[in-house]
Design a protein around this ligand. Structure first.
Ligand SMILES: *Cc1c(COP(=O)(O)O)cnc(C)c1O
Length: 386
């Protein structure tokens, strides 16, 4: 936790202004993260994945620093524009778009779109004709198994590389600018070599299209850069080195233009959630019975990524010097799925009590945007950007 977040939380306690859990995001950390990405991958443009945390002040900072933005909806496009990004710095990276949203994006000036099938290409071609937009660029997303990632992505996005060749050929014939290839190696990817296989596929797609007279220009390396939770993760520099080596291996001295789309790696470690212990209880009289600890935040309040116990957050308490015991950690709602860690219990201090405040580190990404609106009457997670 940074000094600034610690001070903010202390003042909040003293002033006693609001009830409920709160997320505090430190913009100084985001600024450092952006600089690290820019240094580690100097020839690569950064498209921040807006869905990780779309707070206006955070987007405005990134826009000032020169970041571009990867968006998934018209609302996210408008957020990026309001933050000061020009439309040429925005991509519509969702492969699943309504045709009228593509039209709207074109009207707003966006010219870069993700696709993973021919019918999506057709939607964009029709929207281009309807709006009269010029130089509409598409990149085709390919499947990537996400092996090793703590938040692997399913087969929902992307197509097999040989189909991508046809999709990009189809886009070219439909009057679009077949611009490149994208993939995502899985979120929270601890393996710095994970980009190699997909870069091999991308280079083959480049060659096959070149044989058909179509010159691709760009490889979108996606996100996947991790945040430190309980386990240490490699530094951004290690990812930069590994990606540069893989690019050279597969593309030789004809390196394509590259972009990255960090979400978690840009904002994860900038945020801390403060939550309150609501209940500590047991389910039986047995000596070795496991404790249940209920917080005022759970899966529906912003910790959705504890689904299947995928992301294990680092939770701090005022009693961290004390002996620890295994606990089931659960949220406050009346939904029985609102249990965060049970299969692998979470070790918490034996002295943790009702009313204690705990700090959940590394929660700047994929928290507030995942919190429900008024389930059980609970408000969505409040965010303070400092
Ligand atoms: C969510 C998403 C990202 C961000 O992924 P992280 O693992 O958080 O860095 C990047 N690109 C696309 C297309 C996404 O959907």
């Amino acid at each position: 936790m940074t000094e600034r977040i610690r001070d903010f939380l202390r003042d909040r306690r003293v002033n006693g202004l609001e009830d409920g859990p709160v997320l505090v995001v430190d913009l100084e950390v985001v600024r450092e993260n952006y600089a690290k990405f820019a240094r580690a991958l100097p020839d690569t443009r950064v498209f921040y994945a807006v869905k990780a945390n779309p707070e206006p002040k955070l987007l405005a900072l990134l826009a000032r620093l020169g970041s571009c933005f990867d968006t998934a909806s018209v609302t996210e496009i408008q957020l990026a524009l309001s933050a000061g990004a020009t439309a040429d710095r925005i991509s519509f990276g969702n492969t699943i778009k309504k045709e009228r949203d593509i039209v709207r994006a074109l009207e707003l000036g966006v010219r870069l779109f993700a696709v993973d099938c021919e019918v999506e290409v057709d939607k964009i071609a029709r929207a281009k004709a309807a709006t009269g937009a010029e130089d509409v660029r598409v990149f085709c997303r390919i499947l990537c198994d996400g092996a090793g990632a703590e938040w692997p992505l399913s087969r929902k996005f992307g197509c097999e590389p040989d189909l991508a060749v046809d999709v990009l050929d189809h886009a070219h014939r439909a009057g679009l600018h077949s611009y490149g290839v994208s993939f995502h190696v899985g979120s929270q990817q601890p393996n710095t070599e994970a980009w190699d296989g997909a870069l091999g596929s991308a280079s083959r797609i480049f060659r096959e299209l070149a044989d058909r007279g179509i010159q691709l220009s760009m490889v979108n390396l996606g996100g996947g850069f991790p945040t430190k939770y309980l386990k240490d993760v490699p530094a951004v520099e290690a990812y930069g080195d590994s990606i540069f080596r893989a690019l050279s291996r597969h593309f030789g001295n004809r390196l394509p233009e590259t972009i990255i789309e960090p979400g978690r790696g840009m904002v994860g470690n900038a945020g801390v959630i403060e939550s309150e212990v609501v209940l500590v209880s047991h389910k039986s009289k047995a000596e070795d019975d496991v404790r249940w600890v209920f917080l005022d935040i759970g899966k529906f309040g912003g910790l959705a990524e504890t689904m299947d116990e995928a992301i294990r957050y680092d939770i701090r308490t005022e009693h961290d010097e004390d002996r620890r015991v295994p606990c089931v950690l659960a949220g406050p709602t009346c939904d029985s799925a609102d249990v965060m860690y049970e299969k692998t219990p979470y070790w918490l201090p034996v002295s943790l009590e009702i009313g204690d405040l705990v700090q959940i580190e590394g929660t700047g990404a994929y928290t507030a945007t995942y919190s429900s609106v008024a389930f059980n009457g609970l408000p969505p997670l409040r965010t303070h950007v400092i």
